[in-house]
Design a binder for this molecule. Structure first.
Ligand code: DGY
Length: 328
């Protein structure tokens, strides 16, 4: 069997794949150009892809021999899962192993916003720290006692809730479906409507999947419900926020600031207005980017593909859009 990787993966993973298959690793432009992907996919049985690859209906249709798509990610909004499942192609993904890493980054971003860590770093590097700060200068806010609003209570949302309790925050959440009363009690979280979540929280953190329903759901109307002192954090998917609206809100100081690991189009560069706002912390989509987590993701992506190609159930199978779980 032949398999294609749209970019390189850990050496151990490629070695493992080469024991079983004829392996082609795309080494050129990333993401792989669509026409090239279409021409290559015609000939392969399995595909390992990444969130930047758009595996749409055209790609799926061109993959006449394709039996399995394994994405190196928890998010699968880049794959047309319905088209794939109609053609009997098994789609798999890598949840769970990246839950803690992504939740950790979320807390790091929250701490950064509340305590102005990046802002302080920038001030020093720009040679602007000229005098010892007085008691009222460069103040941030306490995390303890504040209200965190979690939008999307899947695995990552829950891991963020647990961490936030460690910082003595109050936690509200909104989710497509309310979690069980027992789980609410265990996590010490309270279910509210989306509007109430934005209205009452000191910081809103997004952990929902990007779907047609959540596409740009965070718009100016919703952001205007937030307190002027509040923050927005997004480590899920950029397209859940209307980025233009967010820039407007940040410029007009409708909210205090935002920390973003994900964007509407990635990568972003200096032409993106977010890069020029001092009340924004930005990171280059590194939610799962730890040595340990990425290694586990590689292991699972390979196992998922191998199992699917041998006619077995992969460890984590994506079903269809109707049974989508929260990004977790
Ligand atoms: C994922 O796995 O979906 C994360 O966003 C990293 O790409």
């Amino acid at each position: 069997m032949k398999i294609l990787l749209t970019r390189s993966l850990h050496d151990f993973a490629i070695k493992e794949l080469k024991k079983r298959y004829q392996v082609e690793v795309h080494a050129g432009k990333i993401p792989m150009p669509k026409d090239l992907l279409i021409s290559k996919i015609r000939d392969v049985d399995g595909l390992i892809c990444y969130p930047y690859d758009k595996i749409d209906a055209d790609i799926v249709k061109a993959g006449t021999k394709l039996k399995a798509i394994s994405t190196f990610s928890v998010g699968y909004d880049h794959i047309d899962v319905n088209s794939a499942s109609q053609r009997g192609i098994v789609v798999s993904y890598t949840p769970e192993v990246l839950t803690r890493a992504t939740a950790d980054l979320t807390l790091a971003l929250m701490l950064d916003l509340f305590r102005r860590i990046n802002e302080g770093d920038r001030i020093i590097r720009q040679g602007k720290w000229k005098t010892i700060l007085g008691p009222y200068e460069f103040l941030g806010s306490d995390l303890h006692g504040k209200t965190l609003g979690i939008f999307g209570m899947g695995r990552i949302g829950m891991a963020v809730a647990k961490r936030a309790r460690g910082f003595e925050m109050n936690v509200l959440y909104h989710n497509r479906k309310r979690i069980s009363a027992q789980m609410e009690k265990r996590l010490n979280v309270k279910y509210v409507s989306l509007e109430e979540l934005f209205r009452r929280s000191d910081v809103v953190s997004i952990h929902a999947p990007h779907t047609p329903k959540t596409h740009e759901i965070v718009n100016l109307k919703l952001i205007k419900k937030m307190k002027r002192t509040s923050f927005l954090v997004n480590t899920a998917r950029g397209k859940i926020i209307n980025e233009k609206d967010l820039v407007t809100a940040l410029k007009r100081k409708i909210i205090s600031g935002a920390a973003l690991d994900v964007f509407g189009g990635e990568p972003i560069d200096n032409s993106n207005p977010l890069t020029r706002l001092s009340n924004v912390v930005i990171t280059p989509h590194i939610g799962s980017a730890t040595i340990e987590t990425r290694r586990k993701m590689a292991e699972i992506a390979v196992q998922n593909l191998v199992l699917s190609l041998s006619g077995k159930k992969p460890i984590y199978q994506v079903r269809t859009e109707s049974s989508r779980q929260d990004l977790s």
